[in-house]
Design a binder for this molecule. Structure first.
Ligand code: HXC
Length: 285
């Protein structure tokens, strides 16, 4: 049965705002990535989702395509963002089959809980490589398409519905304070935010916007199910959130839609935190 719109997208966004646009997203079969992709496809875009698992990625693409009859959603599995050549081939295939790339989301991430005494150099490197190098590789593999997308509208009037050339990384808030048991992921997300800032400076003059979205704990996500309870109980974590609840996939999808829409035309080189105010209170967890 189709997922009702209210579960993945607020009613305030008008159908068709992303018509004729193409989204390329790494980690698009994950809980946050699939929520983002579902919303963007619902609003008119076609999409290409990238993942390491072939089966999971292809199945997610088929599921997401159901939100809008006539949509095209390609799933390309077997792609590790640490491998630039494979990733570039996927980006080229996406552009070839869907007619370019207008929006990119760097959503692939790796993380595990380990005290520093048990975090090997290779473990640290694995997380850094997936998050930081993987984000860099994604930028490098797609930036020419984002520049081309932005160039299609050289005299863009903000709000006219034609913006392209948007890059978003799914970041976090760990690195604002540092984070126990997640030294690697915390360092990696700092790098991710920094890469977005550098892209904003380097490619802003070409009409490309690059930003991060920093979710707090997302209900039902792999990160929170597998990792969250190791640092504090769910009850403790919920009590630390001023808004009194965890994020839903829809919270993150809504923020993503805003950041890709013309309404965010002048938002560049920053991070939008979507955590109910939680990071200001978590004081280290
Ligand atoms: C200590 C560990 C470990 C653990 C792996 N390693 N798990 N060390 N404790 N629990 C070490 C290994 O021993 C090895 O080091 C090194 O890390 C690389 O491990 P591999 O298994 O070879 O790496 P790889 O197959 O590339 O897997 C990468 C991974 C894995 C990050 C380790 O967990 C993964 O693929 N995750 C992807 C999915 C994921 O994590 N999603 C959640 C993202 S959530 P040695 O020295 O032995 O060779 C997120 C937000 C979280 O990012 C929010 C939470 C609050």
């Amino acid at each position: 049965m189709a997922v009702p719109r209210s579960e993945y997208l607020s009613s305030i966004f008008a159908d068709g705002i992303f018509a004729n646009k193409v989204l390329f997203i790494t980690g698009g079969a994950g809980s946050i990535g699939s929520a983002q992709t579902r919303a963007i496809v619902h609003l008119g875009a076609n999409a290409c989702i990238i993942g390491r698992s072939i089966e999971k990625t292809e199945n997610a693409a088929k599921e997401i395509a159901k939100v809008r009859p006539g949509s095209k959603v390609i799933g390309i599995g077997g792609v590790d963002v640490r491998n630039f050549d494979v990733l570039k081939a996927a980006a080229d295939r996406c552009a070839e089959e869907l007619g370019g790339i207008d929006y990119v989301i760097c959503g692939a991430a790796g993380n595990f809980i380990a005290p520093i005494s048990n975090l090997s150099a290779n473990g640290f490197k694995a997380v850094m490589d997936i998050d930081a190098l993987g984000t860099y590789n994604t930028v490098k593999a797609t930036i020419q398409y984002l520049v081309e997308s932005a160039a299609k509208n050289p005299n863009l009037a903000p709000g006219d519905g034609t913006s392209g050339g948007r890059l978003i990384s799914v970041s976090a808030t760990f690195h604002y304070t540092g984070y126990p048991l997640m030294a690697a992921a915390s360092a990696a997300k700092a790098a991710v935010d920094s890469i977005m800032a550098s892209v904003a400076l380097e490619y802003g003059p070409f009409g490309v916007n690059a930003n991060s979205i920093a979710p707090g704990g997302v209900e039902g996500s792999e990160g929170m199910e597998r990792l969250g309870s190791a640092v504090a109980s769910k009850k403790e974590r919920t009590e630390c959130i001023p808004s009194g609840r965890w994020a839903t996939g829809r919270d993150i999808a809504d923020a993503t839609v805003f950041m890709l829409s013309d309404a965010a035309h002048h938002v560049n080189g920053t991070s939008l935190v979507v955590d109910g105010g939680g990071w200001r209170r978590h004081a280290g967890y």
